[in-house]
Design a protein around this ligand. Structure first.
Ligand SMILES: [Zn+2]
Length: 172
């Protein structure tokens, strides 16, 4: 392909384009049935997002503990992976997600509003998925949600031992 170089790591053909020949690339990809990924600086992962996340999120009660936004597991800071809620790759590929980011008033994928703490397992399982994972992340990024879940669970267990077990025993 003219002017394109192959990236063996991502298995993608890459072309440096100026703003005025993006339309040409779009038409080329459409004709050939290729998927076009426009790699603009605002949709690129930066090297400081993890550090910036921890600076603005000191963790639970100011300590270095975080809940995984997807499964609620309590993690020490060194076990936390910082996940892009809308995955970088997914945003680069989808005009809809770029529009969605704009609607959320997020100018850059590395914006704090697009970063959530996650365990390594959930981060890997989520990958570039959106949909249900996005919903889980939006709710689960609030520590109060997981604290409420754990308190409710504790109440349910306590109630079971206090009321249900004596009730079952009195039936015998
Ligand atoms: Zn998790």
């Amino acid at each position: 392909m003219m002017g394109y170089t192959f990236d063996a790591k991502t298995k993608e053909w890459i072309q440096q384009a100026m703003a005025d020949n993006i339309e040409e690339s779009k038409a080329y990809c459409r004709r050939r049935g290729f998927q076009l990924i426009i790699d603009l600086p605002q949709y690129r992962r930066n090297s400081t997002y993890r550090k910036a996340f921890f600076e603005s999120h000191p963790g639970l009660f100011g300590r270095d503990f975080y809940f995984c936004s997807y499964c609620g597991k309590l993690l020490r800071k060194d076990r936390v992976t910082v996940d892009h809620l809308l995955a970088v790759r997914a945003v680069q590929k989808s005009r809809f997600l770029q529009w969605f980011l704009k609607k959320l008033k997020i100018k850059n994928v590395n914006d704090q509003k697009n970063l959530v703490p996650a365990c390594a397992r959930c981060n890997e399982r989520k990958g570039t998925k959106t949909g249900f994972w996005l919903l889980r992340g939006l709710i689960g990024c609030h520590s109060a949600f997981w604290i409420s879940c754990y308190v409710l669970l504790l109440c349910a267990i306590t109630a079971f031992f206090l009321f249900c077990i004596p009730a079952i025993q009195s039936l015998k």
